[in-house]
Design a protein around this ligand. Structure first.
Ligand SMILES: [Fe+2]
Length: 229
């Protein structure tokens, strides 16, 4: 989703046409020719002095290689290579029901009538510390956080380049889980109040004990990580 194009209109706007035209590197004249209208019409639409006739919506969408729905909502989706890498996954959370949606690329996702935005993850902070331990072939993950109905960790996920392990957590439960280590490069967790956090699991292990950096165990871990990834 592209910030500048977001709007709540139920019809295409001049700003959206202009943005799409420029993004596609099409001149007003070229667009006019494609649509069979005058270039003055395009200029009028783009400066909010008129709107394209409804019969032109499909040809306009076609000119920009998007759907009419995207054109009207102003939310266009660009997925060049959706399954290229799970590490670039996006998470969406419905603020009403807490529904968690994982997507491998951009998507226009609605829940409870709300268009959800992909979450951006933050580095962990002192109120959202994660402790990661290796237990055989698993990461045991614990987040130091309250688990009340009002404020809790609602999910934890572990991403590798081709796999996503996602665990739902519930208030009054424990903020902990286990993941198969194999290939895991990033661990995400979501606080219903403070949003999405993520950490490199090897660094997360560092959080446990500072001054851990130069230990034998640490070097072994890094070697293991190199072999795995
Ligand atoms: Fe929190």
């Amino acid at each position: 989703m592209h910030g500048g194009m977001k709007n709540m209109n139920q019809y295409v706007t001049g700003a959206v046409i202009k943005e799409l035209r420029e993004k596609n590197k099409i001149t007003q004249r070229e667009l006019a020719e494609k649509l069979g209208v005058s270039d003055k019409s395009i200029s009028k639409w783009e400066t909010s002095r008129g709107l394209p006739d409804i019969t032109l919506l499909e040809p306009i969408a076609e000119a920009f290689r998007i759907s009419v729905t995207e054109l009207i909502s102003g939310n266009t989706i660009h997925n060049a290579n959706v399954s290229s890498n799970m590490l670039r996954s996006k998470f969406y959370v419905c603020p009403v029901c807490g529904n968690v949606i994982h997507s491998m690329g951009e998507a226009a996702i609605h829940c409870h009538g709300i268009q959800l935005s992909p979450l951006e993850s933050e580095p962990t902070d002192e109120h959202h510390m994660i402790f990661i331990e290796r237990v055989e072939d698993e990461y045991y993950v614990r987040i130091d956080h309250r688990m009340t109905k009002e404020h809790y960790i609602s999910f934890v996920a572990a991403a590798s380049s081709n796999d996503m392990q996602l665990v739902k957590l519930y208030p009054e439960g424990c903020a902990e889980t286990r993941f198969k280590i194999s290939g895991v490069r990033r661990i995400f967790f979501y606080c219903n109040r403070d949003g999405l956090f993520s950490v490199d699991p090897v660094k997360g292990i560092d959080d446990k004990e500072s001054g851990y950096d130069d230990s034998q165990e640490r070097r072994e871990l890094e070697n293991a990580a190199d072999l795995l990834f």
